[in-house]
Design a protein around this ligand. Sequence first.
Ligand SMILES: [Zn+2]
Length: 81
Amino acid sequence: MRQRDMKRLTAKVPELTHAQRQALMRQLAAMEGQAASVGVIEDRIGGRCPHCGSTRMVRNGHAHGLQRYRCLCRPKRCAMA
Ligand SMILES: [Zn+2]
């Protein structure tokens, strides 16, 4: 997000009701939790195919906030999320 857009977004926060602020904080907290989970999963995978151990993979879209990869050694059998 551009800095200008971020300023516009944060300028709107004082206009929120208490309930809206609480809902926003819950959503942000959930997003942070998801980002942390994604980091743990990606670290655990370590850039290797979990089936054959190959590092020869290409990006193949996203699913549930995770980068999907396709293994080049056995493309049909080693796709992982
Ligand atoms: Zn593989």
